[in-house]
Design a binder for this molecule. Structure first.
Ligand SMILES: NC(=O)c1ccc[n+]([C@@H]2O[C@H](COP(=O)([O-])OP(=O)(O)OC[C@H]3O[C@@H](n4cnc5c(N)ncnc54)[C@H](OP(=O)(O)O)[C@@H]3O)[C@@H](O)[C@H]2O)c1
Length: 231
């Protein structure tokens, strides 16, 4: 039987890398990306089964790169994780000061690219009865000063996920709010934050969605693994 396959975007650091480590430890075949090829290759080399990993350096907003990812996946895909994300300009600007071009960039990476990638691999997902995890944020549903552009992109991602779930009832499509994590993205957004949990603590919540296949929906990692503390 073919090995289960996952495509994880943004797998060289943070949550994407933590999930890739867990799935590689289970013997999954992985297709992973990130823009910085050297950092991606270093991350892959440190995975439990680098021999089962295809690294495709590039940015998810690039259509040619997305086509490369889909080609690397092949005919069956058990899990797509749209994890790569753009925070937008920092320090986080109020909406009054958010350049429209920056908003377009954030929407392109965080909402348009995930849907475009799903479209490309839908046949492979259908062949496997697969799962999609679109990594969202509490900023999609809360009105935090400075988080308007990023939050709007995650709200768009949530709605794309919800509608796709209705349109593709044979698949599992989840938007997942991981909660605050100690990562480069969070440090860029809030350099003063301390004591945040490691992204490793979110992995059990993601694996629950993969393993237990609950109904498609929007989930908070804190609700799936209640011991996890979120901000
Ligand atoms: N950290 C938090 O507290 C928090 C809270 C709520 C939600 N989230 C969400 O959780 C997810 C993971 O975030 P994180 O904190 O783990 O981020 P992170 O540590 O900054 O890692 C981001 C990863 O994505 C890659 N990446 C960034 N832009 C990309 C692009 N355009 N195309 C391909 N790869 C790209 C990065 O590598 P390169 O830079 O080399 O491309 C890196 O591998 C994101 O969707 C984020 O919005 C995070």
């Amino acid at each position: 039987m073919a090995l289960p396959t996952a495509l994880i975007t943004g797998a060289s650091a943070g949550l994407g890398r933590a999930l890739a480590t867990a799935l590689s430890g289970r013997g999954w075949r992985l297709v992973v990306d990130a823009r910085d090829a050297a950092r991606l290759n270093d991350a892959v080399a440190a995975l439990p089964r680098p021999d089962l990993v295809t690294a495709v350096p590039g940015g998810v907003a690039d259509p040619g790169h997305r086509a490369e990812l889909a080609a690397a996946v092949g005919d069956r895909l058990d899990l797509l994780v749209n994890n790569a994300s753009d925070l937008g300009p920092t320090p986080l600007p109020r909406l009054a000061d958010l350049p429209p071009a920056q908003l377009q960039r954030v929407l392109a990476v965080n909402a348009v690219a995930p849907l475009a990638l799903i479209q490309l691999v839908l046949p492979a997902l259908r062949a496997a009865g697969g799962t999609v995890l679109d990594i969202s944020s509490d900023a999609a549903v809360e009105a935090y000063e400075g988080w308007g552009g990023y939050g709007a992109s995650k709200a768009a991602l949530d709605q794309l996920t919800a509608v796709l779930a209705v349109e593709e009832p044979e698949l599992r499509l989840h938007a997942v709010d991981p909660g605050d994590m100690d990562t480069a993205m969070h440090r860029a957004a809030d350099p003063t934050a301390t004591g945040l949990p490691s992204p490793d603590t979110v992995v059990p919540a993601l694996l629950r969605l993969v393993d237990e296949r609950p109904p498609s929906g929007r989930y908070r990692a804190a609700d799936l693994v209640p011991s996890r503390v979120t901000g």
